[in-house]
Design a protein around this ligand. Structure first.
Ligand code: ZN
Length: 423
């Protein structure tokens, strides 16, 4: 009888970029069961049940999307299928931002996080109703729609999948209730020891009766409520109330918040991403910590049997036509001049730290989860566009090939992966 192979799988000859481990170069990776068993310059002498040749390919720790919307069915069109956004797009971990709430966490655990092949976590919604239909009805999201005690209890009971608290600071809500909800969100965050994640940029129409709100005043009021480790999202939004002020400058208070007070920034790409805003924010010296894609049923094309729903999509304030996903967002940051190693850190080491899971995911070191993404870094001339009408020509395009999630292989065959567009 032949001896059992030393390892289940060896991924050989790839270019490993693992910022947390300080590795950037040619390495072989061995997997046993659902764990990384070895990372060595050369494992060609080792025996393996399966040997995958990754020559010419980029091998990185399993990608973590810090801003997903995958509470499928419960949040209407908004929630996407987790595995189409996740493992079948080369992404091993998803963080649903504010889909599930204290009232709907049970459904999220049993019908989404549990059955998915992707690792699915969440930031619990600050609001009782969660992210139903993508927060379409503003009247549900005032202070009267928040119960801190209930939310704290559910966050604590589900601490294995709840890794933070989600709320929105934007001028539609501000015109109705000021920032009261954010203050309650901070209480929930403090009581649970979980970071507060704040959506910036207009989401709701402003109230008819209110004076025209000042987006810059909102930032001045918001930042002092937030604490080190809390997250500001959507820095590159073209909607008012983001990092770029009405006069086109970066708010000095945001520069101070990020550089001196330890607030973190998540890209949260979505349909409101703007190359112009991104350039201004990066030029001002703010490098986002993490790179959430923020895909949902209103900003990506989903082919659903029986229903087109394009009118409904087009009426949504977050409707967009520029195709994107996490790897397109990575390609855009490369185009904007962010070095590859930093872009990789934004989808691996940094989100793992944000989730307080850096001993388990975000790096490829023996004993850690065998969550691995294998990508192609294609060279050529590729067209990338945003929804403000800007088109750029990039010379590199990141394309997912496959991933291992807990040692199980998934090919990147999701229909949500945009086609490469030649420039
Ligand atoms: Zn979102």
């Amino acid at each position: 009888m032949a001896a059992a192979p030393q390892y289940d799988i060896v991924i050989a000859n790839g270019t490993l970029v693992d910022p947390a481990a300080g590795r950037n170069g040619r390495f072989d990776i061995a997997i046993t069961g659902d764990r990384i068993a070895a990372v060595e310059p050369d494992l060609s002498a080792a025996t393996a049940g399966q040997r995958i040749d990754a020559a010419g390919q980029l091998v990185i720790p399993g990608m973590i999307d810090t801003h997903a919307h995958v509470y499928q069915h419960v949040t209407g069109r908004f929630g996407l299928n987790p595995d189409l956004v996740g493992v079948r797009s080369g992404v091993t971990t998803l963080v649903d931002q504010g889909g599930p709430s204290c009232m709907t966490m049970g459904g999220f655990r049993h019908f989404v996080a549990g059955p998915a092949d992707s690792r699915v976590l969440c930031f619990i919604s600050c609001y009782l109703v969660g992210g139903l239909e993508g927060h379409l009805y503003p009247d549900l999201y005032g202070p009267g729609g928040v119960n801190a005690e209930h939310t704290i209890r559910v966050a604590q009971e589900n601490a294995d999948i709840v890794r933070g608290i989600k709320a929105h600071a934007e001028i539609g809500g501000q015109s109705r209730w000021g920032l009261d909800v954010i203050r309650i969100g901070k209480t929930i965050s403090r009581e649970t020891g979980q970071p507060l994640y704040i959506h910036l940029g207009q989401l709701w129409p402003t109230a008819d009766s209110a004076p025209i709100p000042d987006a810059d005043e909102l930032i001045r009021e918001l930042v002092p409520i937030m604490e080190p480790g809390d997250i500001l999202a959507h820095p590159f939004t073209r909607h008012p109330g983001g990092f770029v002020s009405a006069s086109g400058e970066i708010h000095p208070i945001l520069l101070e918040a990020v550089h001196q007070r330890g607030l973190l920034v998540d890209v949260g790409h979505g349909s409101h991403f703007s190359f112009d805003a991104a350039r201004r924010v990066l030029d001002a010296g703010i490098l986002p910590f993490t790179l959430g894609a923020d895909m949902h049923g209103y900003n990506v094309q989903v082919s659903e049997p029986g229903a087109d729903g394009s009118d409904l999509r087009a009426a949504n304030p977050f409707f967009g036509v520029a195709p994107f996903n996490l790897t397109i967002a990575m390609s855009e940051l490369l185009h904007l001049g962010v070095p590859l190693e930093k872009v990789v850190a934004m989808v691996t080491a940094n989100p793992a730290k944000l989730l307080r899971m850096e001993a388990e995911i975000g790096s490829l070191q023996p004993g850690m989860a065998a969550d691995i993404s294998v990508l192609n870094l294609e060279e050529g001339r590729f067209q990338l566009s945003d929804n403000s009408g800007v088109t750029v020509t990039a010379d590199r395009l990141v394309r997912p090939l496959f991933c291992l999630r807990g040692g199980v292989r998934f090919d990147a065959d999701s229909p949500l992966i945009p086609d490469a567009i030649a420039a």
